[in-house]
Design a protein around this ligand. Sequence first.
Ligand code: COS
Length: 384
Amino acid sequence: MDFKLSDDNIRLQKLFRDFVKNEIEPEADRIDKEEAFPSAIIKKAAELGFMGTPFPEKYGGAGLTETAYCLLNEEVAYSSATVGTVIGAHIGIASNSIFFGGNEEQKIKYLTELASGRKLGAFALTEPTAGSDAAGIRTKAARRDGGFVINGSKIWITNGAVADIIVVYADLAKSDKGRGGITAFIVESSFPGFSVGSIEKHMGIRGSSTAELVFEDMKVPEENMLGVEGGGFSVAMKALDYGRLGLGAGCVGMSRRCLDMSVDFARERVQFGKPILRQQAIQFKLAEMATQIEAARLMVYQCAWMADEGMKITKQSAMVKLFCSQVANRCAYEAVQIHGGMGYMTDFPVERFYRDTRVTEIYEGTSEIQKMVIAMQLERERRR
Ligand code: COS
């Protein structure tokens, strides 16, 4: 058993840290305050090969591991959860849908464009009737003229208004209900019949784009069906397994940042004649934060190792997502508490982290859904 990062991963971690320090940190507050999509940062990340970190080089990726992808997410979210969210939606769930569900032609045509960062991806599953109950989608696909036509809409799609390539999950069955008909399609934003509807405003991750997508008789070529007819639900679930792992790594980065800000502040802030870092009330908070972050980090990298070994990560990644998002929320809460009045002011990043961490217990499956996934896996393990 070896808990050290490999020399290659230590080098990558340094590379990611330099990128974050030079390109993201100077912009992170502005991105939040101006609700600005971080296009220039994403372009730079693409030039450096980061937009396809875990994918093979033959598909335009960097040919690295899930561990490396987690290191990237951890460092990026240390500075900006917005940028972490854009990359997470692009790699974790959109590109992974094609990587896991696509055939060779689809990977060459679409994954290469995504992994190289020339195009941006989105994952379109959620609908008004299908949030936690992912199988409740109403968007319909039908066979027509040797291809498909899709009608319906999606909501709350990350990268939705800016993505070029979108993996859309639609119901190809005749029935009105059931995951049996759910089929995945690769859609280009230039397809006639595709349009962007309302753009959402949100509490945190304010520079990320969250949009409604509308499909009106949108024609999709036969060859753009991803995987098999009715196989879409499994593709979405597998992509989410990997998305949740990356998201957990981002939560570790956010938690670390909250701790670092808190220690720095507590060293400087003097009350009752000494730095508050010397007050037991504050020491206890910092110690709890540090201990939880240590545990969260170990969970992330154990799960990343499992993924790199080709093991099934459904249960483990749900645990990672559940625990790491809770830790991030607790760390942000305590960071604000330690900063006191200053933590509540918008002049300091701690307030941004408080808002940004909140969504991590909601998107890519709420904490309650992660518990369901874990419990269902426990049941399956006992049945075997
Ligand atoms: N990988 C591959 N396939 C999977 C899978 C996984 N991780 N999990 C489930 N599947 C497959 C199963 O094998 C099963 O296939 P068969 O019917 O052929 O046996 C099928 O999918 C259904 O599985 P299950 O019975 O577990 O599905 P449920 O309908 O009970 O799923 C949950 C319920 C909660 C797991 C699902 O609806 C879910 O994850 N919801 C949350 C969605 C979400 O995260 N939304 C956030 C927005 S997207 S950013």
